[in-house]
Design a protein around this ligand. Structure first.
Ligand code: DGL
Length: 259
């Protein structure tokens, strides 16, 4: 039994969508979530800057004695996970857009992906797309403006609805039957996406896969916390704790921390 917490960080509150999957699968684990909202969005920052910010977040989680770190951000994964794995000895779990399952299951041979500029222009994304979606039309769309709206508590606003209509149009024109959410903030768009998309279009994200991978790596490294019945769940943000608490729901609270 290992009581050390699992550390999770994101450029903001979006990765709480990943935390929910991790907590559902691993309810005994103590967790510490860091939302670097002050520096959001990461999506249009340089690779060097994203590495710098990811190191800052990692150092803080290590100070808090984390046994494993989940980089709950597609952008930080594509830019920084290699450096993090080379620098620190604990295991790191990353998140990548679920292009593979979409490409394997599409019937119309067209899938849409909504992600940040950082993710869509990364080598890792191109490698995965070339490998699994070679004979498929992939409609890529940068979700410019979505993360700042979610960070300011406007996930369900009219402003967001207008942006999404604009971003989904080319995908609908191309007859996609899968939409891949390539950013951990985007699961919070589900109510609007369900309203705007025809029913036959399936929406997939990577949350469940990340949780399963986290469990597998904990088991493999003998780090699982099996007997804890009262886990300590800590949520820190250098942005607005109320926005974070409202996305977490279930009476969870978030604390302001300057980092
Ligand atoms: N949640 C981050 C991701 O998954 C958002 C990136 C950003 O801050 O632009 O990519």
């Amino acid at each position: 039994m290992n009581k050390q917490p699992i550390g999770i960080f994101d450029s903001g509150v979006g990765g709480t969508s990943i935390w929910k999957e991790i907590h559902a699968l691993l309810p005994n684990e103590n967790t510490i979530y860091l939302a670097d909202s002050k520096h959001a969005p990461y999506g249009n920052k340089s690779k060097e800057r994203i590495i710098e910010l990811s190191i800052k977040n990692t150092e803080l989680l290590l100070e808090k004695d984390c046994k494993l770190i989940v980089v709950a951000c597609n952008t930080a994964t594509t830019s920084a996970i290699k450096t993090l794995r080379e620098t620190y000895i604990i295991p790191f779990i990353g998140i990548e857009p679920a292009i593979k399952p979409a490409a394997l299951q599409t019937k119309t041979k067209a899938v849409g992906i909504l992600a940040t500029k950082g993710t869509l222009t990364s080598n890792l994304f191109h490698k995965t797309t070339n490998l699994f979606a070679e004979d498929i039309t992939v409609i890529e769309q940068v979700g410019e403006g979505i993360v700042p709206l979610i960070e300011s508590g406007k996930a369900q606003s009219n402003e967001m609805k207008s942006l999404l209509k604009l971003y989904l149009k080319p995908m609908l024109d191309a007859d996609i039957d899968y939409l891949v959410l390539g950013c951990s903030h985007y699961p919070y768009l589900m109510p609007l996406l369900l309203e705007l998309l025809p029913k036959h279009i399936k929406i997939i994200d990577s949350g469940e896969a990340v949780a399963k991978q986290t469990k597998a790596i904990l088991v493999q490294n003998d780090l699982l916390n099996t007997r804890n019945t009262n886990p300590k769940l800590q949520f820190y943000t250098n942005g607005n704790p109320e926005v974070m608490a409202s996305l977490l729901g279930n009476g969870h609270t978030a604390e302001y921390l300057d980092f």
